[in-house]
Design a protein around this ligand. Sequence first.
Ligand code: NAD
Length: 485
Amino acid sequence: MSAASLQNYIAGTWQNKNGHKTLPVENPSTGEVISHVPLSGAKDVNEAVKAAANAFLKWSVMPIKERVQIFFRYKFLLEKHTQELAELVHKENGKIMSEAMAEIEKSIEVTEFACSMPQLTSGEILEVSRGVECRIDRYPVGVVASITPFNFPAMVPNWTIPNALVLGNTMVLKPSELVPMSSCRLAELLKEAGLPDGVFNIVHGGQETVEAICDHPGIQAVTFVGSTKVAKIVYARSTAHFKRALCLGGAKNHLIVMPDAHEDMTASNVAASMSGCAGQRCMAASAMVAVGSVDHIIKKLVDEAKKIVPGKNLGAVISKAAKERIERYITEAEQQGAKILLDGRGAKVEGKENGYYVGPTVIDHVKPEMKIAQEEVFGPVLSIMRANDVDEALKIENANPYGNAASVFTQSGGIARYVAEHASAGMIGVNIGVPVPREPFSFGGWNESKFGAGDITGKSSIEFFTKPKKTTTKWNPEARKNWMS
Ligand code: NAD
């Protein structure tokens, strides 16, 4: 596959049979065009679904212990190619190399988890009445589709690829058209690991491609990760076509900082959380609620944030439009009376003058009703709101429509437990700025951050990617002794 012009990956071959309009893919650090991605339509989706359905016939009946061997090899290949994959992620997404490496390391962790599926999915059996037994076996759901966002070009596809496939499903992946290259390399590694053709397919594109996926009767389940606006569209459209759907949306994560919080640990954690991946992660802290007298922590936090330098330890944001949107939020907050403690607008990196950089930005005295406090900014920007006590802080957190993550910084176990119980979010951090659950714990938020039951990774993914079959058996006539017989 040539990087200059990407193709769809269907039944194990790279192809562009239907001729497509293309979109340029940019390197956000430099603004250079690095590739072109095809914008596929319903015909391409149909071909990929046909390939996946065909492959399902053999793949789904292969014992899980055999399927998993391919993913042991895939894990090895991810390890072997970590540097190369990270360079690709860095190039098409703009995040710094250490963050890109971490993305591949997380992909390895989820693959490791998938390799434990034979142990986790061994059936259940019980004698439910005299001589009568019930057993549960798990069956794959069929062809599943995975629709992914720009901010984790390798990790988010890998949230679903290993688990869904090890469990016997086949897949059509629709990567973000902004970062389509990493997925193509993953397809090559899956093939090298021994995955049969057609088990994994890629159809590139945007809205039209996604709509064709939602509508296609041959797809049984859809996972989506992206903005809340599109998550709602995909959830509604997929379920209207009687598919299972699990759609993860955007976020506005609150960090509640108490006066007794450890100064250094809090300042460095908050600064890292708001600026990591240039603030373009659904677990980023974009709102801090400062409870009582915490000015000493805010001062330290600004000092920490000043050490974060665009082009060095801070990557680019994804596009010119994203840079402009983020800077607009900052300007509006300023106009509404918020106080800018550190201003990242107009950031430039020497030698990369056409890159899309926004410096770390800390804004104090933001009011909960301001747009910057309510909406997902998706840039390295922290809004600080003030509260008199923990209940007022929780009220601000609870009022936000999202619910991906929330954290509390304190040295009091009682306060930590109180916040963990009362915050309205699916993932809670105690003295942790980015509380991503590690495998086998599952990943997923609440409220407008997720539509559909269950979570996308960990043990929860087993429910989503399988259907249970319950078999009740009796062999001996003497068992006819009670109502169940
Ligand atoms: P996006 O919603 O713009 O795009 C996601 C996917 O949907 C892409 O593949 C895109 O091609 C497709 N798409 C875009 N517009 C569409 C439309 N109108 N109809 C159908 N499909 C459409 O999201 P993004 O900008 O790529 O990613 C950033 C967003 O993803 C942020 O909101 C972030 O919080 C969220 N995100 C959430 C999680 C989570 O776990 N909750 C994880 C990562 C990213």
